[in-house]
Design a binder for this molecule. Structure first.
Ligand code: FAD
Ligand code: SF4
Length: 573
């Protein structure tokens, strides 16, 4: 990383052709901003952009760096480890989740810097699984409430994919699909042989044609390493530049430690540590926490104060509970012909044929099947778990890397009260208690995973694999500060406003009541754009009134970053 302060950099580069607008607006700690957003990731980046464009004084505190993609990023697996939240977290339960590189990012863009950018929408059924299947919980909003923002975010990233996506609410995509690479081949061949519908070439937030100042994908396979090219969408390059151009401030290396309430019981601002460990206090008229499903509850627990002894916004006792991860078993198949997993984006092709509940299977809900495409280091780790490869055995498998293909189960694990985030006794370098994550699989989850695993193995065999092995793992943490209409069983309302503190909002994956079998990123960003539209509709009332106006906001298309409206080839309405 450059020894210079990023903000003094004359041309802060965000991809092959993008530079950060200079200079960036600066607010002093003593100046009360309208909104202080904690975490500039998937949700935080969209919120910052919308609120800055709407004319609010807004600052985003980000614990990690403001990446300069030219100076900081490398197209190298090991060299990209710094993109993740690698700080200490404690994990436990009957099925402990791997943390670190398996979940959140640290730095502007958050998890969207290292995500694979698969961007399927949730199905309408995902919002009402308690009503439809008698499990989990219903969302306080429906798919149809969120649909306008799904369409908007698909244009802003933008999403490339098939002209006809047949599952859930069938739809098309703004950009055409990517060509099929080796990694998608097994899925298409195996599914075709078994008569299972699948799609190829997306939906994925990777450019299949140039877009504004960003070039199209060049199929070099380093998507999870950040994509130096700038073809893969991350809020670092899609929304943050526009936020900065409209007066939003991104304050990097700023670790929020505690949210402070004033004597009136309303949020007064946020304490945070800078890179040198100095503590500051940013005054704010309202605060939005967008720190990810682990750090969001951690910060709220660390903000406990008189009147909120068990954590801020936790009168329901549900803060930290109902944490979810999706089953992410990887099935690897060895083929006689060359596959070359590294060629092209790993997010490539999928099937949602098993997404919905089928009572004949003996469990509720379902799973998606997706291409995975690990680079060699990740593949080696999978081979240790899948076949105990080690020493000379590992060398032989790795020499054979180009003959392996990988498919993933993405399965819906239900929200359970005992899956949770709490505070551990261990502390970080600022003296803040770190998160302790407990995760257990329940009967429905185990049956679903077993069925999904067998189905994907069947597909791999049908594709012509001569050997098939599997690794059990989990992906995509959400929940732990769920939204709901009842303040006694949820943390935030349908717009992300905490039930307990009128000018405190949560907006990130932690507010999901359930998770479906779709990757969460598109839904997180759609929710963020909707929350921003709600806040804009409320104007100044958020800063002084405790009245909750529950009217749906209009979807403001005019707030899109430049070059994103009406771009691409409209596939279907
Ligand atoms: C390898 C991998 C591949 C993935 N692929 C996909 C995919 O293909 N499709 C998909 O939809 N999803 C994918 N995901 C998941 C996706 O990245 C996350 O679901 C998403 O980024 C979460 O968004 P968020 O806004 O909740 O949090 P994040 O995007 O993680 O943003 C949180 C931000 O808050 C900052 N922060 C946290 N605490 C503090 C604090 N106290 N003070 C200041 N800043 C703080 C963090 O540094 C971070 O930048 C993938 C994840 C991984 C690990
Ligand atoms: S495959 Fe495409 S999206 Fe992925 S890193 Fe390469 S250029 Fe970027």
């Amino acid at each position: 990383m450059s020894p210079r302060g990023k903000d003094e950099h004359p041309a802060h580069r965000l991809g092959a052709m993008q530079t950060l607008p200079q200079p960036m607006r600066r607010y002093s700690d003593s100046e009360a901003v309208d909104y202080c957003i904690i975490g500039v990731g998937a949700a935080g980046g969209v919120l910052l952009q919308r609120l800055a464009r709407a004319g609010f004084r807004v600052v985003g505190l980000e614990a990690g760096p403001f990446w300069d993609t030219e100076e900081d990023w490398v197209s190298d697996e090991k060299g990209s480890h710094k993109l993740y939240w690698n700080d200490l977290r404690i994990t436990g339960g009957s099925h402990p989740l791997a943390l670190g590189a398996n979940n959140s990012g640290k730095g502007v863009g958050g998890g969207t810097v290292h995500w694979a950018a698969f961007t399927p929408r949730f199905h309408p059924s995902d919002f009402r699984i308690h009503t439809e299947d008698g499990v989990g919980a219903d969302w306080p909003i429906s798919y149809w409430d969120l649909k306008p923002w799904y369409e908007l975010m698909e244009r802003e990233m933008p999403v490339a994919g098939p002209a006809w996506f047949p599952w859930g609410d069938p739809h098309g995509h703004p950009y055409g699909p990517h060509p099929l690479a080796g990694v998608g081949d097994a899925l298409v061949r195996g599914c075709t042989k078994l008569g299972i519908r699948c799609v190829a070439g997306g939906p994925v937030a990777i450019l299949s044609a140039s877009h504004g100042d960003r070039p199209h994908c060049i199929y070099r396979g380093f998507c999870l390493q950040g994509c130096k090219v700038g073809a893969k969408a991350s809020t670092l390059i899609t929304h943050v530049p526009d936020a900065v151009a409209h007066g939003g401030e991104v304050r990097a290396w700023s670790m929020a430690s505690r949210i402070r309430l004033g004597d009136d019981g309303r949020v007064a601002g946020v304490f945070y540590f800078d890179r040198e460990g100095r503590e500051h206090f940013q005054r704010a008229r309202a605060v939005i926490v967008s720190g990810y499903a682990i750090e969001t509850p951690r910060l709220l627990f660390n903000s406990a104060c008189p009147g909120h002894r068990h954590g801020l916004a936790n009168s329901s006792g549900t803060l930290g509970r109902y944490l979810m991860a999706q089953a992410g078993n990887v099935i690897a198949g060895r083929f006689d012909e060359l596959v070359r997993l590294y060629k092209g984006p790993p997010a490539h092709a999928l099937s949602e044929e098993f997404y919905e509940t089928d009572p004949r299977r003996g469990f509720a809900r379902g799973f998606a099947i997706q291409t995975v495409g690990p680079l060699p280091v990740a593949f080696a780790k999978q081979m240790v778990a899948a076949m105990g490869a080690w020493g000379w055995g590992m060398r032989r498998v790795m020499m054979d890397y180009n003959h392996w293909n990988t498919l993933g189960v993405l399965g819906e694990i239900l929200p359970w009260e005992d899956n949770r985030v709490e505070l551990a006794e261990e502390k970080d370098r600022f003296g803040l208690p770190v998160a302790k994550v407990t995760f257990n699989l329940h009967d429905n989850d185990k049956k679903l995973i077993e069925f999904g695993k067998q189905k994907v193995m069947e597909i791999m065999w049908a594709a012509g694999a001569e050997r098939v092995v599997q690794e059990s793992r989990f992906a995509h943490l959400v929940g732990a500060a769920r939204m709901g209409s009842d303040p006694s069983t949820s943390v935030v309302d349908r717009f992300g406003r905490t039930h307990d503190v009128a000018n405190l909002f949560i907006c990130d994956g932690s507010i999901f009541p359930t998770q479906g079998s779709a990757n969460p990123g598109l839904t997180i960003q759609a929710l963020a754009a909707r929350t921003a539209d709600y806040l804009i509709s409320q104007g100044d009332a958020i800063f002084h009134s405790s009245k909750r106006d529950m009217k749906e906001p209009p979807c403001r298309q005019a707030l899109s970053p430049p070059s994103t409206r009406f771009k691409g080839v409209p596939r279907i309405a």
